[in-house]
Design a protein around this ligand. Sequence first.
Ligand code: FE
Length: 226
Amino acid sequence: MYVLPELPYDHDALSPFVSADTLRTHHGKHHKTYVEKTNDLAAKAGLAGRPLEEVVREASRRGDKKLFNNAAQAWNHAFFWECMRPPGGAAPSGDLLRAIDAAFDDLDALKQAFVDEGVNHFASGWVWIVTGGDGLKVISTHDADDTLVRDGVFPLLVCDLWEHAYYLDYKNDRKAFLERWFDNVANWDFAAAQLASADGAGEGFRYPAAEGVAPGGAAETPRPSL
Ligand code: FE
C-alpha cells in the first residue's frame, strides 16, 4: 500500500502564504484521495508494491489514464510538499544560483518566467522549474501530467496550479498566489539538492516505498506466531 506522506512542516507553518485551512484540505483530502485510488487501481493493474515512479511510467506506457492520473497526482503532491518550507528560509545560492543566472540572468527573471508560465497555463496543472541538457527551464504540464514521463527533464521545483491549491486563500488570483509562493515559501534548499542529484550526486526525490507489499507485487503473508 502506498502511504500518504506526512507534511514536512505543521499545517500553519506556511501561513499566510498558504493557510492551514488550504493545507489541511489539500493534503488531507485531495492528496489522500489520489493515494487511496492509486492503491486500488495499482492492485487491479498488477502493479501494487512497485515504486510509484514505475507505476506512473507504466500506466502512461499502457495508456491506463485512470491509474496514470491518480498515481501521477499522488507523486506530484508528495513532491510539491517538499518544494515548500516556512517563510524566511534560504535564498538560492551556490550551483543553483549559478544555474539560474546562466539560464535566466537572475532570480527576478526566473520569477517572471515562472509566474508568466503559471498564469498563462489554461485550467489545471503544474508549473515546474526543471533542468535538462541545456540548463534550467520553466515548463507547465496539464492536469496530472508530470516530468516522470518526459525524457531529458529533471524536476527541481513545482507549484500546483489547480484551484484547490489557492482558491481558499487567493480566490481566483493565481498570479498573486504564484508571486507570494515564489518569494516566501519556495524551498530552494530542496531545489539545490535536486539539481545536485541531476548532476549525479544522488537519485533525487523518490516517493516513500509501498508498505506491506513485497517487491514482486504480492501482499506479504503475515508470519505465523511461534
Ligand atoms: Fe493539488
